[in-house]
Ligand binder design. Sequence first.
Ligand code: GRF
Length: 206
Amino acid sequence: METQLKKRLAILASGGGSNLQSVIDATKTEILNNADVCIVISNKKEAYALTRASKALIETLFINPKDFKNPEEYDTHIVSLLKAREIDLIILAGYLKILTKPIIAEFKNRIINIHPSLLPNYGGKNMYGMKVHKEVIKDNAIKSGCSVHLVTEEIDAGPILAQTEVEIFPEDTPESLADRVLIQEHILLPLTIAKYINTYDWSALK
Ligand code: GRF
C-alpha cells in the first residue's frame, strides 16, 4: 500500500487543553497514526493547552486578539500561518473565539470542533463549557453527550461527524456530568479525526 503522508493538524485551544492532550497522545498510537499535531495556537496567553503542546515539543503560538483591528484580520493572520506550515486540518479543542469567514472559507470542510452536548441541542452562541451542562441539568434531561462536527459560519451547526451519548443520573451536578462527558470527548475526538482523514477527498485540494 502506498505510504500515506501523515496529515498536518493545527489545533486551536483557549483553555486547559485536555482534548488537545488526547489528540497529541492518540497521534502516538494506532488510533491517530495518520496525523501529526504541527502547531497549537491560542488566543489566551495563559492557556495550559500551550504548556501541554510545549511539553510535547510542538510549536506553540499565542496570538493576541488585541493586536488586530477585528476578528477577520485575526483569522486572516492565522490562515497565513497555517498555509505557511501546509496545515491540512484545523481542530478546535476548547477554542472560545468564533471563527470568521476568512478561515472558514480557506479551510472549508477542514475545520473540526468538539462540543460537549448532543447537537443540535444545547449548542450555539454562548453555549460552551459549564454553561452547557448547567442548562442540561436544569432541564432535567435524561441524557447528554458530546458531538464532533465540521465548522461552518453558523455556530455549532455544521455537519455532525460523530456523537457519543452520556446518561444523566438523578444525583448528577453540572460538574459531575461535565467530567463524564469530557471522558467521552477524549475518546471521540481522536477517533473521529482519524476517520475523517481516511474518508476526506484530499485530491480536491490540489
Ligand atoms: C470541552 O468540554 C470541549 O467540549 C469544549 O471545551 C472544553 C475544552 O476542554 N469545547 P479542554 O480545554 O480540552 O480540557
